[in-house]
Design a binder for this molecule. Structure first.
Ligand code: ADE
Length: 238
């Protein structure tokens, strides 16, 4: 495998740099990090606080619960992080963002990397989002304690697509979302387990029948679980 001249870079702006590499230091992503297929850098937002208490947040104007990350502090951290990485998209992890999907993950993985801004508390002063070209990204309709776990998920999803990370790239071609459908069910040995057997077709040796069965299963599961994906698939394949 020839290595690209520039490696995929993740720069994470966070109040908790100790949370990294975390899960990204293990398994496929961890091996890729050790092999120099991608690089990870954390920037501690607190290093950009201006006062002796190193404060990064303050009460929201207009009142209400919680604290808001100060625009001057976060902006200084963004400027420092992006000074040498102007080509990296700046992603702010927030439940208010657009839902991440595999299509966006693929685009990010094809690019030079990403700067990932992790929020905490009630959020980030809106002026930071306006002042910088920020893409707001959500993992889904639920609230995490902060953006760090979401940033780890985004980086993991991108890194596994980089050349040299997955030994058998064919396995990427059939996984969920690649065909617009959820993946079919998988089985392995033993052929009978606790009275449950494997579908006959999978041990029949008929490759064409196996393919047709898997497609049927993928379609049925998608129709039942994800009407949104199913509607798009049905329209695209009409
Ligand atoms: N931060 C808190 N909740 C989040 C979510 N659902 N997605 C992305 N970032 C978040």
């Amino acid at each position: 495998m020839t290595k690209p001249d520039t490696i995929w870079k993740a720069k994470v702006l966070t109040l908790f740099p100790e949370m990294f590499p975390g899960a990204l230091g293990l398994s496929l992503a961890g091996q890729g990090l050790k092999d120099g297929i991608w690089a990870l850098e954390t920037v501690d937002i607190r290093d950009f606080a201006g006062d002796k208490h190193r404060s990064v947040d303050d009460a929201p104007f207009g009142g209400g619960p919680g604290m808001v990350l100060r625009p001057d502090v976060v902006s200084a951290a963004i400027e420092a992080a992006t000074a040498l990485a102007k080509d990296l998209p700046l992603i702010y992890l927030t439940p208010r963002g657009r839902s991440l999907n595999q299509a966006r993950v693929k685009e990010l993985a094809k690019g030079p990397g990403a700067v990932l801004l992790c929020g905490r508390f009630e959020g980030l002063d809106e002026r930071v989002v306006q002042a910088h070209a920020v893409e707001e990204v959500s993992l889904g309709d639920y609230v995490l304690s902060g953006g760090e776990v979401a940033a780890i998920a985004v980086v993991d999803a991108c890194v596994r697509l980089l050349d040299g990370i997955i030994g058998t790239p064919e396995s990427l071609a059939e996984e969920s979302f690649e065909t617009g459908l959820l993946e079919y069910p998988q089985y392995t040995r033993p052929q009978e387990w606790k009275g449950r057997t494997v579908p006959d077709v999978l041990v029949s040796g008929h490759h064409e029948k196996v393919r047709a069965w898997r497609k049927e299963q993928s379609e049925a599961i998608t129709r039942e679980r994800r009407p949104d994906l199913w509607a798009r698939y049905a329209a695209d394949n009409a």
